[in-house]
Design a protein. Sequence first.
Lengths: 127, 133, 309
Amino acid sequence: MKVLIIDDERDFIETMEKRFRFRKIPVTAALSGAAALEILSREEFDVAILDVRMPGMDGLDTLKEIKKRYPLMEVIMLTGHGSIESGTRGMSLGAYDYVLKPVDFSELLDKVEKAGERKRLNAARRT
Amino acid sequence: MSERIRILIVDDEERFRSTLIKLLSSRGMQAAAAGSGEEALELLEGQAFDVILLDVKMPGMGGVKALPRIKELRPEAEVLVLTGHASVDIASEMIRNGAADYLLKPCPLDELLDGVRAAFDRSRTRKLASGLA
Amino acid sequence: MMRGINRHGADAAGLGLHTVLVPILAACGALTAAFSPPATAALLVLLLLGLCGWSSRRLAGLVRQSESERRLLDEQLLQSQKLAAVGELSSGIAHEINNPLAIVSQEAELVRTLLENRGGLSPELAESLHEIAVQVDRGRDITRRLLDFSRKMKPVAQFEALDKIIEDMVVLVEKEAGLKEARVARRYDRNLPLVLIDVPLLRQAVINLLTNALDAIPHGGTITVATGSAGPGKVCISVADNGPGVAAEDLPRIFNPFFTTKPPGKGTGLGLSICHNIVERMGGKILVKSEPGQGAVFTVVLPVKGESA
């Protein structure tokens, strides 16, 4: 399963990368929505972990673009702020889950695995 | 950026077409319109465009059927789907069939212009790249 | 119909009482009376009449009860179908409204351009044109929520713990609840089986219910979220609030798209109808119980094994 992390905070990304690698899960990082879309145009991913608040292209816009172009990919939204409004919008735009930071890593891992499972089930249905 | 963007609007609503032509022209673009998929294809046989705005729900051919034919005729043109019709399935199908983006009406003019300019830049970059190949 | 009778205190044994035991007793009584002296016979016959009368009245009552239950189920089915139809109608309308909205927005832009070419806009004109754009945006938000970009995908079933799905959304809501000094109480049944459902879809339903409850409660209010069993193969989720409650005449319309008791501009009235839609698609049922002054309880009943209910 391939995971893409999209967040403008380098520290957070580095921590996440280390922990995913330790669990032997291939993970790629993108520091912005635009960078993420660029990577996605070249490589396929199963699950994205996406921060809601980013400068430039914000999380919800990135989510919209991802769902438009890669509808099978599952996206887990992360936020340090937790606004219900963006939570509701995120879910209705197709996010798999909406999680408040700081996240317990094993919980996040569990959600990523569930999201990956959903992607596989969906993809299998279409063939 | 002194080059004029050639843009074709394909939409079955007359008023939408005529006002959009005026707005795009006032921003320095060279705009034309077609009222259906069939009309668009006829026009594209004789004329090239940089950006094509394509509606989905139109009588006759419709946007979904027109798209592959448009890409065949004018592969260098960037197609932006601009429609009041929202559905994941149609959006991803259009993008798979060559649309560069899928925009929902009503789309604020600024957003539309940004999308058009970005599409134009991409088509220019591709043209230059293929020119050098 | 049998199930209806069964559920209200007359199970197979109870029915057996009326359809087997009573006739047998009556027959025995009649036989005994035939071989008894007239006085005893008369007494026996009176007793038997009483017994049969009582039995018939009970049976009639049970039949009436099951009839009214069946009517209620029929009404609920009709209501669901109506809501589904309204939902479909609403998305159909939403598609159609987007085009006129786009034209309105463009015309306003054209007016602005023409006025600018003519030497500029007065602040009042600029403000008015801006307001047009704002209202078009508002219309757009509503149609987008209605069309709900991702909702068209078919549900995908996965196993997950019910309370986990709910807790994820509660945590989100709790932050905002804190601003109102409101609290969210949990009553999760830890003995529930894993449910096989479309997880993100259920999350959407839950977050809509929670948002609705949060809007309803006063400052310092409480939302209570509970999970439990709803009979064999079924689980239920309930979200209760201590807000003002819902008036009786509003109850039947509460899941209608656009129905809202909030002032115009505040909320679209779509949350509960989206909820209803989602729950139906998962093969479940959503019910509301409320009285003015007594808050409201929304209960979602779901099959443990996906859309087979």
